[in-house]
Write a protein of this length. Structure first.
Length: 182
């Protein structure tokens, strides 16, 4: 009978220790994620659905995708990464956009061609953006401040992004898009 009580006691101790560990990871937030979901903070992953067309053709409206905080646990976002971040004017709203400029870089758009530090970007993922079109509005240049990132949607003519609301803070990035479903 004592063996059974000890076994049950050990089981409860393991269960309580596991819950305490998970709660500690959630509150300590070792991935430094602004995400407040259990999956986002403890596991470093989150499954989302894109609601709009701003990332077409890379991501379709209604498509499900996986976001991971792990790529930025030990490194910084890079040009070309598709990231999910908290919208500046409502942190409960998450946006998915592509990083164009990193801290200290200079971004401009001239005749539909995006340049980074004066060099045209090879943006093979773009399908519907007028290239070398004098009617496409020139914009910029923008210099990206320290700790911030310049982001744009792949559907450049239908995307609200850093061209409208400025660079995003690195501390608002939830993670990198690592997989698409559907």
């Amino acid at each position: 009978m004592n063996d059974r009580k000890e076994s049950v006691g050990r089981s409860w101790l393991i269960l309580i220790s596991g819950i305490a560990l998970l709660a500690g990871v959630y509150f300590l937030n070792p991935l430094r994620s602004p995400d407040n979901t259990f999956m986002g903070r403890v596991l470093g992953f989150r499954v989302l659905r894109i609601p709009c067309v701003s990332m077409q053709p890379t991501m379709q409206a209604g498509q499900t995708f996986i976001v991971s905080a792990w790529p930025y646990a030990f490194g910084a976002p890079r040009t070309g990464d598709v990231v999910v971040f908290q919208y500046r004017f409502d942190p409960t709203v998450l946006y998915a956009k592509r990083i164009i400029g990193t801290p200290g870089s200079r971004v401009a758009i001239v005749n539909g061609v995006t340049t980074l530090n004066g060099v045209p970007l090879a943006e093979n993922y773009l399908k519907n953006v007028p290239r070398n079109d004098p009617n496409f509005p020139n914009s910029g240049p923008w210099t990206v401040p320290a700790g911030q990132y310049f982001v744009m949607g792949d559907n450049r003519v239908n995307s609200e992004d850093s061209r409208v609301y400025g660079p995003i803070g690195g501390d608002t990035i939830v993670g990198k898009v690592i997989g698409l479903a559907d």
